[in-house]
Write a protein that binds this ligand. Structure first.
Ligand code: GDP
Ligand code: MG
Length: 167
């Protein structure tokens, strides 16, 4: 199996951290400062089962007034133009209007979307997780809804399995 997978989502949800963890190397710059990833970054993960090309994208930004935001939006839109699958990365407990916007665009692109609910290590109460996952799953016909922690490497093997199964 092989395919092209885009990591998409608003700034700061952990897309670049996730890519680095999947690849096991620091290929994409991560930062607590939004808009650190300004260009598309590709990473290739080869396993016995699959060869997957991951595209890290700058987050889609609301408001195209500033030239930088416009350029970032263009790069993000280009990135999802010809991928096989999109991994929408969001933050556990922090769904925002911007997430809605990104989801809308993915829906328009007609892509299968796997929802990665990141930063679950931050939840003070894990009992919050199940109802949240159910609420998120109701928003869209996601291919899969997966809770994970990119920094702790939690559930990333499951994410890779789901990605591979969809290619
Ligand atoms: P991007 O803008 O979506 O690419 O986000 P980054 O990968 O640059 O990460 C933004 C911030 O979130 C950084 O400070 C990361 O260390 C942090 N972060 C990413 N993943 C996790 C996670 O699973 N748990 C926690 N607690 N922080 C995370
Ligand atoms: Mg980034």
């Amino acid at each position: 199996r092989c395919g092209l997978v885009a990591l998409v989502g608003r700034p700061n949800v952990g897309k670049s951290t996730l890519l680095n963890r999947i690849l096991g190397q620091k290929i994409s710059i991560t930062s607590s400062k939004p808009q650190t990833t300004r260009h598309r970054i590709l990473g290739i993960k080869t396993t016995a089962q699959a060869q997957v090309v991951y595209v890290d994208t700058p987050g889609l930004h609301r408001g195209g007034k500033r030239a930088l935001n416009r350029a970032l939006n263009r790069a993000a839109s280009d990135a999802i133009a010809d991928v096989d699958l999109a991994v929408l990365v969001v933050e556990a407990g922090h769904w925002t209007d911007e997430d809605d916007l990104v989801l809308q665009r993915l829906g328009q692109a007609g892509l299968p979307v796997l929802l990665a609910v990141n930063k679950i290590d931050r939840l003070t109460d894990r009992a919050q997780l199940l109802p949240e996952l159910q609420a998120l799953a109701a928003r869209f016909d996601f291919a899969e809804v997966l809770p994970l922690s990119a920094t702790r490497g939690e559930n990333l093997d499951r994410l890779e399995q789901c990605v591979t199964a969809r290619l």
